[in-house]
Design a binder for this molecule. Structure first.
Ligand code: FE2
Length: 181
């Protein structure tokens, strides 16, 4: 392989590049360390609930049966896609606040308020009831965190929570409507 004449073995530039790594400055965004920790803890609960509901909804997309198969199979796909897209902004807000984002089944099992998906696929109507309860549960988790974000002047997290509340409450209404005669 030809040597790249522009890449000497040791240069001032490469020394400078390695010296950039070290202790980064403290986060100084106008939210105290204690508030950032408290909000990140609540966001990790929201992340765990959102991921759990994502997985349950995808499970039901795979396993739904009955006369409403087409409707529910498609509706569940739209819902799990929305939930899948939601986990990333929640996790990245936790990182921006300076904390690790939970990302394992073990962590989610401890943090989530929602139960794991049922081991045996239930009937379609029970799937809808489970998802109504799931969306309402995630809404409660998001709402429980809201006051902390307002007190800490954490507008980006409050905005994120507002968007998630809107989606979960709307989806719970749509699912609930399927159960009404
Ligand atoms: Fe599919």
């Amino acid at each position: 392989m030809a040597k790249n004449p522009r890449s000497p073995k040791t240069s001032k530039a490469s020394k400078a590049a390695t010296s950039v790594a070290g202790d980064p400055p403290d986060i100084d965004i106008g939210i105290s360390g204690a508030d950032r920790a408290s909000i990140a803890e609540g966001l990790n609960r929201l992340l765990a609930d959102t991921f759990t509901l994502y997985l349950t909804t995808h499970n039901f997309h795979w396993n739904v049966t009955g006369p409403l198969f087409n409707t529910l199979h498609t509706m569940f796909m739209e819902q799990y896609t929305e939930l899948w897209n939601a986990v990333d902004p929640i996790a990245e807000r936790i990182r921006a606040l300076g904390h690790p984002a939970a990302g394992s089944f073990a962590a989610y099992g401890k943090l989530a308020s929602l139960p794991d998906a049922p081991g045996t696929p239930p009937k379609a109507e029970q799937m809808i009831r489970t998802l109504v309860a799931g969306h309402e549960g995630v809404a409660r988790t998001a709402r429980a965190l809201f006051e902390r974000t307002e007190k800490a002047d954490d507008q980006p997290t409050a905005d994120l929570l507002t968007q998630r509340l809107d989606i979960h409450e709307k989806t719970a209404w749509m699912l609930r409507s399927l159960l009404q005669a």
